[in-house]
Design a binder for this molecule. Structure first.
Ligand code: GDP
Ligand code: MN
Length: 382
């Protein structure tokens, strides 16, 4: 789960990482009240889970209540890369002397934690990595050893962080590691980490991704989940207990098993189509599950065709076929469906469906043929 900046900062604060005093606001009046509390000048910051808010006009400095009123009014409801702003974070503005970058994440290939520090902060780190890779200093951290203050200090010096900021930055890195490990983050990133004109180092932004697998030991995360910004389709899928991920293509996909679902995405792509989603209905694809899956895919206006790809193993294809027939009775489908049924009791399954075939419900003998058909019905392919 990704956190909003304000949640990430509150999380940081719990681990002693310095941030600017501030608070959240959902209305213009609340924004002014928070600004009065934080102390002027303030920064009015759009809370959306996407970077580049500054460039999009979602971050504004305000010297007084009138300016807060004006900026808050403009930013609330603003669209930033497809994300609507519903909430603001108002904090006491910092006088920035320098902008740095610091993060911890997992380097899966190395099987170690990775700490990255750069004196070139404030800009997209991907851009720095592409144009000036030397400007990012890296340190692998063994989870058994953790990061020592000495190691952090060495990295900070190597990255060319200004002399006067080094000891504070090193101490902050140790706290950030603590947050990353004990806070069960997949990513804990500060960009920019700043040095103020009066010599203080603190986090001006926060990008935190929590490791959902650790949710069981963090009841306090429930508060974050309530505020989660979720794709409408994914929300519906979660309510129905489906393993669904929304994508941006036109071919809706239903498969049994995560591996088969991924292969289905690959084959659709291979024949020139684009997948609208990943959806694994798992074993026991009965009518309820199939109807729920079709419901979710139906709710996606971009879908032009649906590819149902079932390979019966323990799940028997005749049962799946009955599920499909029953689901079609319950759900009013907007797009043509292409079926590929194979595996245990496939013959019986195909027979059950034979009577129901039409222009809008077709069957293909192989996965590749079915993918071609679905992509063609969606108006694409080659
Ligand atoms: P992002 O654009 O979504 O990454 O949002 P950030 O929180 O990183 O802010 C973007 C930029 O706004 C920063 O790099 C700063 O240059 C500027 N900014 C943010 N907060 C302050 C502040 O308190 N004072 C000043 N002077 N600039 C700020
Ligand atoms: Mn930033």
């Amino acid at each position: 789960m990704d956190l909003y900046e304000y949640q990430g900062k509150q999380y940081f604060a719990r681990f002693g990482i310095p941030i600017s005093p501030g608070g959240v606001a959902d209305t213009v009046d609340e924004a002014v009240a928070q600004a009065d509390k934080a102390g002027y000048p303030v920064v009015v910051k759009a809370q959306v889970k996407v970077g580049g808010r500054g460039k999009a006009g979602g971050i504004q400095l305000a010297d007084d209540a009138d300016a807060v009123r004006r900026h808050a009014g403009n930013i609330l409801g603003m669209d930033i890369s497809g994300h609507t702003v519903h909430r603001l974070w108002i904090e006491n503005a910092s006088d920035i002397a320098r902008e740095y970058y610091a993060s911890f994440t997992l380097d899966r290939a190395a099987k170690l934690h990775l700490c990255m520090v750069s004196a070139k902060g404030g800009v997209e780190i991907e851009e720095v990595a592409a144009t000036d890779p030397q400007a990012i200093s890296r340190l692998h951290v063994d989870p058994v050893d953790g990061i020592s203050l000495d190691a952090a200090a060495g990295l900070v010096a190597e990255a060319g962080i200004d002399e006067q900021a080094r000891s504070q930055a090193a101490a902050l890195l140790v706290k950030l590691y603590d947050c990353y490990v004990h806070g069960d983050c997949d990513l804990a990133e500060i960009n920019p980490l700043i040095l103020t004109t009066d010599g203080r180092v603190h986090a001006l932004d926060a990008k935190v991704t929590l490791d959902d697998n650790a949710a069981y030991r963090h009841p306090e995360w429930d508060a974050f989940a309530g505020d989660e910004e979720m794709d409408e389709r994914e929300k519906l899928a979660r309510e129905k207990g489906l393993n669904y991920i929304g994508l941006s293509g036109s071919v809706g996909i239903i498969a049994n098993g995560a591996g088969l679902a991924m292969s289905t995405l690959d084959v659709v792509t291979q024949v020139g189509g684009t997948a609208a989603n990943f959806l694994d209905i798992g074993g026991g694809a009965n009518a309820d599950v199939m109807a729920a899956a079709l419901d979710v895919i139906n709710s996606d206006a971009a879908v032009r065709a649906i590819f149902v790809n079932i390979f019966g193993g323990i799940t028997r294809v005749d049962e799946v076929a009955n599920g499909v027939v029953e689901a079609l009775r319950r759900v009013d489908i907007h797009s043509p469906i292409v079926l590929r049924l194979d595996g245990t009791n496939a013959e019986a399954g195909r027979e059950i469906l034979a009577a129901h075939l039409s222009d809008n419900l077709v069957m293909e003998p192989t996965m590749l043929a079915a993918a071609r058909r679905a992509v063609a019905l969606a108006g694409g392919g080659r």
